[in-house]
Design a protein around this ligand. Structure first.
Ligand code: NAP
Length: 278
């Protein structure tokens, strides 16, 4: 049996460090989460983020808007949060309802308060290899998992499945920064298996249940499954975990990347608080 790359232990390590740092701070950092609409998955993610932040002593506030809220109203709140000295960092939970231009809203966030690392400024810094970029929480969490499980990256072939601005592209850049040779695949990629079969490391972020099957992976490879799709009452990953784990090391869904995303968000909040108050 190969190793199940669970997120629980590396996430606990990040959270434990964060707890110690918060305990030393005179002023507790303040995270705000903006949630627009009633997407059930978003509500669960937001609740987990708020609970985890509060459990380690970070002040966490939810600003909730209903489904029909206009872009103007959300942008007005973003401006207020940018100006509010008592707010260290904030996120606007994606996806936003159709009437709102998500890119416009996310990019209105002050890059210094952008704890999700989704602004063009922070993504640009990441692309340029600048060390003061705030990193998107999910790809940063995957990197922490790879580090925790001592997965070799230098000179290895990594395949990222998915090219979104929030997961796939930053993921590829972070792997590249660790000297992996990176291939990015997407929905127009021809013969995905030809790429994944040659990979030492696969990060699957397509949102396509069981897209990666055992015949598509190299024996002993390391596979991180970012995908989460609701199928009935279950959350299903992009990897056929039950069969792939017989051939390669693989992260489960749930219990893999999810806890890492929350932990890295908290870590970013502390980072922002330390930099702003220095
Ligand atoms: P997204 O914006 O929908 O992007 C999905 C990407 O996957 C796109 O680039 C798409 O290609 C590609 N893709 C779709 N089907 C494919 C296929 N059959 N073969 C190859 N590539 C394919 O999604 P996202 O925001 O990046 O998120 C990806 C997944 O991760 C989702 O399931 C999301 O729920 C999950 N997620 C989980 C966490 C967590 O904490 N666990 C955090 C964030 C996201 P095109 O560009 O060609 O359309």
């Amino acid at each position: 049996m190969f190793k199940s790359l669970t997120g629980k232990e590396p996430a606990a390590q990040v959270i434990e460090n964060a707890k110690k740092e918060v305990a030393k701070m005179k002023r507790k950092p303040h995270l705000v989460i903006v949630l627009v609409g009633n997407d059930p998955a978003s509500e669960i993610y937001v609740r987990k983020k708020l609970e985890k932040a509060e459990s380690i002593g970070v002040r966490a506030t939810l600003k909730k808007f209903d489904e029909k809220t206009s872009e103007k109203e959300v942008l007005a709140l973003v401006c207020r949060l940018n100006e509010d000295d008592d707010v260290d960092g904030f996120i606007v939970q994606a996806p936003l309802p159709k009437q709102i231009d998500q890119n416009r809203v996310l990019d209105a966030i002050d890059p210094k308060k952008d704890v999700d690392g989704w602004t063009v400024a922070n993504l640009g810094k990441l692309t340029a290899g600048m060390s003061d970029a705030y990193l998107p929480a999910t790809p940063a969490g995957v990197m922490k998992m790879l580090e925790f499980y001592k997965v070799p990256l230098r000179g290895k072939h990594a395949v990222v499945v998915g090219r979104s601005n929030v997961v796939g592209k930053p993921m590829a850049l972070l792997l590249l920064a660790k000297d992996a040779t990176v291939t990015i695949c997407h929905s127009k990629t021809q013969n995905l298996a030809n790429h994944t079969r040659n990979a030492d490391v696969i990060v699957a972020a397509a949102g396509n249940p069981k897209l990666i099957t055992a015949d598509m992976v190299k024996e002993g490879a390391f596979i991180i499954d970012v995908g989460t799709t609701k199928v009935g009452d279950k959350t299903v990953g992009d990897v056929d975990y039950e069969n792939v784990i017989k051939k390669a090391n693989c992260s489960p869904v749930p219990g893999g990347v999810g806890p890492m995303t929350v932990a890295m968000l908290i870590s970013n909040v502390l980072d922002v608080a330390k930099r702003q108050r220095r």
